[in-house]
Design a protein around this ligand. Structure first.
Ligand code: FPP
Length: 244
């Protein structure tokens, strides 16, 4: 029995979110510049997207670039932006052919224009695709997103557009308004942090940490995380007996 066969297809997480970490260390271990790690990380992105689509997972969110990542050396930022632009360019056909919809979350205003126009083009070209929804978090941070939402809510309250604020309404103001909460969050590279990622949305997500560095993350690693998820008891604040 392969690892994949052990996955119960009727119990798949609807949404898997991934903090792809460890590219820099992976490159350093091999005596290369950090960007070599990011370049090799693209292969892991492709494998993960392919595996998620094959399994029939609804949503896959990848944390590709945080707001805090803007503090990295300019050369690394530029190389990462080029890598992301060229990957999205070269993968557009594959997304379309495989019925994958691309969704971008994050502060697009802070990204270079050439990337934004490409992203708009691909999100538009794939908007009617009904298979996997691939969400890329770019120039994203959860505190930024929550603060933005709070600001817009305050404005709409002031103009009388809204009368009351509750959790359901708050969700509608987040960049993930149309996206269900992640049920499984994976972080690679042996770091046990959330790094300002989807803090509102992961309130009840199962967390899975692996020591594998992102460029080495394979389909098997994703299967392992899903099997682990499927063996957990999710109680949502209730007792074990209540969730039986
Ligand atoms: C974290 O590793 C990784 C990133 C900040 C970038 C991830 C980007 C890619 C995999 C490129 C392609 C992505 C897409 C979606 C097309 P790190 O640099 O923090 O590693 P370290 O912790 O070992 O230094």
């Amino acid at each position: 029995m392969t690892l994949k066969d052990k996955i119960i297809t009727s119990k798949l997480p609807k949404h898997v979110a991934v903090i792809m970490d460890g590219n820099g260390r992976w490159a350093k271990e091999r005596g290369y510049e950090r960007i070599f790690g990011h370049q090799n990380g693209v292969k892991a992105v492709k494998n993960t997207v392919e595996a998620a689509a094959e399994l029939g997972i609804g949503y896959l969110t990848l944390f590709a670039f945080s707001k805090e990542n803007w503090c990295r050396p300019r050369s690394e930022i530029d190389a990462l932006m080029d890598l992301m632009a060229s990957t999205i360019n070269s993968e557009t056909e594959t997304l379309i052919k495989n019925n994958i919809r691309l969704i971008i979350i994050g502060d697009l205003n802070s990204l270079p224009d050439k990337i934004v126009s490409k992203l708009r083009e691909v999100t538009e070209a794939t908007k009617n695709n009904t298979g996997l929804k691939l969400v890329i978090a770019l120039s994203y941070s959860a505190r930024w997103e929550i603060t933005e939402a709070a600001g817009k809510i305050a404005e709409d309250y002031k103009t009388g557009k809204i009368k009351e604020v509750d959790e359901k309404l708050f969700c509608k103001y987040l960049s993930t308004a149309e996206i269900p909460d992640p049920e499984l969050l994976i972080r690679t590279s042996g770091e046990y942090r959330l790094s300002n990622f989807l803090l509102w949305q992961i309130a009840y997500a199962e967390l899975f940490f692996t020591k594998t560095l992102w460029p080495d993350f394979s389909k098997e690693d994703l299967y392992q995380a899903i099997i682990n998820f499927q063996n957990r008891e999710r109680r949502f604040g209730k007792t074990s007996e209540q969730t039986d």
